[in-house]
Design a protein around this ligand. Structure first.
Ligand SMILES: [Zn+2]
Length: 197
């Protein structure tokens, strides 16, 4: 079993992938970072801002405009597809929206979850949901752990293939979700009990 864990969001989306019983890789997607495409068709993904010259044709690149909500959802799907193609998960775990959060945050998380669900389904993968409290309790011992406490636990005690320090809260949450998957969800699949929805 190879778990892809997702902390969904339309401004930042954390991900983590397991291999055997460790967190093999993790990262964060910024769906608002849409690649600049030159008029010649070359994608200038590594150019920080528009106005510089295209490496292929030398023409000036267009200014990067702020991504619309719809463009961000498309970009999130593109980036998720890349992660799935690279790491070949067998199941996708995705945090549900915290219903006590601000309504706009709940809507953003729900829209991102829809994209995650579509990306998983397109690959024939099931998507399993859990609450923030469920995975935080597994990782930190407390369901109401702060973002800082969760990140500290990820950096301090989770078995990860890389010893890079996780800075992003979203990436840390994804690692915490992956750990819940390994410690709670996967064993429940073997015994027939079923946390997660
Ligand atoms: Zn060009």
């Amino acid at each position: 079993m190879r778990i892809l864990a997702i902390d969904p969001g339309t401004t930042h989306c954390g991900w983590a992938i397991t291999r055997a019983s460790i967190i093999f890789a993790s990262g964060v997607i910024d769906p608002r970072k849409i690649p600049l495409v030159c008029g010649c068709g070359v994608e200038a993904a590594n150019v920080a801002r528009g106005g510089s010259a295209c490496s292929a044709c030398g023409n000036r690149l267009p200014r990067r405009s702020k991504a619309s909500r719809a463009q961000a959802l498309v970009q999130l799907r593109r980036e998720l597809d890349k992660v799935i193609a690279l790491h070949q998960p067998t199941v996708v775990l995705c945090e549900s929206a915290h219903l006590g959060a601000h309504a706009s945050a709940v809507i953003g998380v729900s829209e991102a979850r829809g994209v995650v669900s579509a990306a998983a389904s397109a690959r024939g993968l099931a998507m399993v949901s859990m609450t923030p409290g469920e995975h935080k309790k597994t990782t930190t011992g407390h369901g109401h752990a702060s973002k800082d406490a969760t990140r500290a636990a990820v950096n301090g005690s989770l078995p990860r293939a890389s010893n890079k320090v996780v800075v992003s809260y979203d990436e840390a949450d994804a690692c915490s979700i992956a750990w819940w998957g390994l410690m709670v969800w996967a064993p429940s699949q073997a015994t027939g009990t079923s946390p997660g929805r």
